[in-house]
Design a protein around this ligand. Structure first.
Ligand code: COA
Length: 375
């Protein structure tokens, strides 16, 4: 019998700096009233100078691993969902892997817009149920503040930074991720796009001047797509899980716009308390929004063992995805002696040390006079 993919740990990280709607009133031609009434957003978090998608992902990951009582060395794979990676290459997941010291894990990124976290979750579930992976770390992390045009009121008021992570592990106990559905419609690729910086439009003084390295969006078209696809994806995943809509205890939608969420809720005829919303505090954090929301739901005890949770995302691509999860962290944790626990904490704290030492040794080796003579 194939194993089930259970959620064993969760963790989030939000940068300290808060940018409120009032702050934005001093930056572009907008008002707190406009932003609140059209989106529901009140404030968002902005990454500090020394923070990046990878650093925030690592913080969220450490918290998720600690909750799962799992050492980074036990991870088989790390998947980072992001549209704001540290670099075009290597993958942000590789930077996370080195920082954690997860030296046995495969590491790669997923780029599927704001649906990226659901894509990552689905891949993790497939790897676990296929028997290929035992423990997988998935992270949604974004530093969108570095990709918005702070002079464009149509977009800069919407986005924020942050990261959320889940640890999934294999178990024989039924439950965990019950079903996932994924979809895409590339004909809408131009509706939400960062035009420059890739192979089609490489960076140049002209692209910089045109703000072509920032998010360009047809807000109305994306809005129409989102209000249609969100309830559709929830229905699809519940059908696949073989459960009625009435079995849902909590929907955790991508946190883009209060009006999109409200329209979907009404279409699905679900009560207000069945939809979790925290976008008023974080704005749209793209691939990070669903895991951040899930962390808050779990930490505030809004779901219990056995709760049926539906995660649903939509975004650039266009893409969408939903997952039905039977919540319940019923995984047995082996009792460990004090020295093993101390070792575990040290490994989490100093995980980046092995990668650092390897790089140092490599540089010293390169600098050896005999090596230079060879070259
Ligand atoms: N402050 C004040 N006015 C603003 C503004 C802002 N920050 N942003 C846009 N406006 C103006 C527009 O310029 C427009 O003015 P005009 O009528 O003179 O041209 C007016 O407000 C209405 O614009 P419109 O686009 O119709 O507003 P809207 O009600 O559709 O709301 C969005 C705009 C972006 C909030 C909405 O379309 C949306 O949420 N779309 C989905 C975006 C999204 O979720 N993207 C991420 C997907 S993952």
């Amino acid at each position: 019998m194939s194993p089930y993919a259970h959620i064993a740990g969760w963790g989030m990280y939000a940068p300290a700096r808060v940018l409120s709607n009032q702050d934005l009133e001093h930056m572009v031609d907008t008002t707190d009233e406009w932003i609140r009434s059209r989106t529901g957003i009140v404030e968002r978090r902005i990454a500090g100078e020394k923070e990046s998608t990878a650093t925030m992902a690592v913080e969220a990951a450490r918290r998720a691993l600690a909750r799962a009582h799992l050492s980074p060395r036990q991870l088989d794979a790390i998947i980072v969902a992001t549209i704001s990676p540290d670099h075009l290459t290597p993958a942000t997941a590789c930077l996370v892997q080195a920082a954690l010291g997860a030296d046995k894990a495969a590491a790669f990124d997923v780029s599927a817009g704001c649906s990226g976290f659901i894509y990552a979750l689905s891949l993790a579930q497939m790897g676990i149920t296929a028997g290929e992976w035992h423990s997988v770390l998935i992270i949604g992390a974004e530093t969108l503040s570095r990709f918005v045009n702070w002079e464009d009121r149509n977009t800069c008021v919407l986005f924020g930074d942050g990261a959320g992570a889940l640890v999934l592990t294999a178990s024989d106990q039924p439950g965990g991720v019950l079903a996932c559905v994924l979809g895409a419609d590339g004909s809408g690729a131009d509706l939400l796009v960062i035009p420059a910086g890739g192979s089609r439009m490489p960076a140049s003084p002209a692209t910089l001047e045109q703000h072509a390295h920032t998010i360009h969006m047809d807000g109305r078209a994306v809005f129409r797509f989102a209000t249609h696809i969100l309830p559709e994806a929830v229905e699809q995943v519940m059908r696949k899980a073989g459960l009625p809509l009435t079995a849902i205890d909590m929907v955790i939608p991508h946190q883009a716009n209060m009006r999109i969420i409200e329209a979907a809720r009404k279409k699905l005829r679900l009560p207000e308390e069945a939809f979790f919303v925290n976008l008023y505090r974080y704005g749209n954090t793209s691939a990070a929004s669903i895991p951040i929301a899930l962390c808050e739901v779990a930490d505030h005890g809004l779901i219990n063992d056995g709760s049926l949770v539906v995660l649903v995302g939509f975004g650039a691509g266009l893409t969408w995805g939903a997952a039905a999860v039977r919540w319940g962290v019923a995984l047995p944790q082996p009792a460990r002696p004090w020295w093993q626990r101390a070792l575990y904490i040290a490994r989490l704290a100093f995980g980046r040390l092995p990668a650092f030492l390897r790089r140092l040794l490599y540089r010293l080796w390169q600098a050896l006079p005999s090596r230079r003579d060879e070259e």
